[in-house]
Design a protein around this ligand. Structure first.
Ligand SMILES: [Zn+2]
Length: 166
């Protein structure tokens, strides 16, 4: 798995340990457009993620894992709020379709996503029930990673738990 460093200035310090992974889909048409939001946007629209996985499977790291990236926004999981504080955020490059819903994912990017999640999970001992989609932690605001995200593969690989039970 090839990881290209591409620093985003949009982060701050963490105060608590990492025990979650949040999966996103970019809803942008190109990687350049994604970087325009995650690296080059101006306050008050500054957002980021730790990783972006392009459609060819290339992984870009934008924020060091030890820092708190700004990917989740107002969010809740169980009895905790502000999920940015606890999580690593992974964006999958994904276009929106003509009807406005999120598109599909390529095999290459899913393969990289599995490798990256396995690696992160092993290093921080993250439980499958704490590997979630943005729409799980901000259900009234967010739809990503969308209905075409192949959660069943992540469940089969032991990374995530069954979305129906989330
Ligand atoms: Zn998102």
């Amino acid at each position: 798995m090839k990881i290209i460093q591409k620093a985003s200035p949009h982060f701050n310090d963490r105060t608590t340990p990492i025990d979650m992974i949040v999966i996103h889909a970019t809803a942008t048409q190109t990687l350049d457009e994604t970087f325009s939001y995650l690296i080059h946007s101006q306050a008050p629209h500054r957002v980021s993620a730790h990783y972006v996985i392009d459609r060819d499977g290339t992984v870009y790291q934008l924020v060091d894992e030890s820092k708190r990236a700004w990917h989740a926004g107002i969010s809740r999981w169980g009895d905790r709020e502000d999920i940015n504080t606890y999580s690593i955020g992974i964006e999958f490059q994904c276009p929106t379709q003509s009807d406005g819903t999120l598109g599909n994912f390529t095999q290459d990017q899913i393969q990289s996503g599995l490798e990256l999640c396995h690696d992160i999970q092993k290093r921080y001992h993250i439980l499958p029930k704490n590997v979630v989609g943005h729409s799980d932690i901000a259900p009234n605001r967010k739809q990503d990673p969308g209905i075409l995200f192949p959660w069943e593969i992540f469940v089969r690989e032991g990374i995530a738990s069954n979305p129906k039970r989330r």
